[in-house]
Write a protein of this length. Structure first.
Length: 193
């Protein structure tokens, strides 16, 4: 996919791909070396994910212009990328002229959020985020752990684990654990690997 996108961008007379990176750490290093006008960043990368790489680049170079380019469609993923400092968010299915026009727009200082992506964000506004502890518990629920096992893993009582699960169900609008996991995957709290 990366090679195809690079080839497509290199065909444009006003765009030149100056580097490619296979993981987040490499992306940060290439950015430091070359300081490209626009960076396309996948969120799913080995060694260091795209959100962490975006955060690191933007913290060191606040004017960095980064577009998240990913398969993740969940509102949580979109929100995390934008909060990390991405100027745009494209889905890999939107390749072609959309990537080219987004690259040009971000180079001009514009933000790029296609209507399909904006719609995903709007579906869950106002945002009700899970706490870090709730995300941990949700991950354990997805692994099939029962309340007493969750309590053991998080170092709390079974009652506390039940309170966390109940809060997760309420925040996600889920009737049960299975539905909570399905919603969490769709929204980007969890990723099916």
């Amino acid at each position: 996919m990366r090679t195809g996108i690079a080839a497509m961008l290199n065909r444009e007379p006003d765009i030149a791909v100056v580097a490619e990176a296979g993981n987040g750490r490499e992306a940060i290093e290439r950015y430091r070396e070359l300081r490209p006008a626009v960076t396309l960043m996948d969120l799913r990368m080995p060694d260091l994910d795209g959100i962490a790489a975006i955060t690191a680049i933007v913290s060191e170079f606040p004017d960095a212009r980064i577009v998240a380019l990913t398969t993740y469609e969940g509102d949580v993923d979109i929100h995390r990328a934008l909060v990390a400092g991405a100027c745009g968010y494209l889905l890999k299915g939107m390749v072609g002229t959309e990537v080219v026009s987004a690259t040009r727009a971000v180079a001009r200082g514009e933000r790029v959020i296609p209507s399909a992506v904006a719609h995903r964000l709007a579906e869950h506004t106002p945002r009700v985020d899970l706490t870090e502890r709730e995300q941990t518990v949700l991950t354990l629920v997805a692994k099939g752990l029962r309340d007493k096992d969750i309590a053991r893993v998080i170092g709390r009582t079974e009652h506390t684990a039940k309170v966390h699960v109940k809060s997760i169900l309420a925040k996600l609008g889920a009737a049960d654990r299975t539905e909570a996991v399905s919603i969490a995957i769709a929204r980007g709290y969890l990723h099916a690997e």
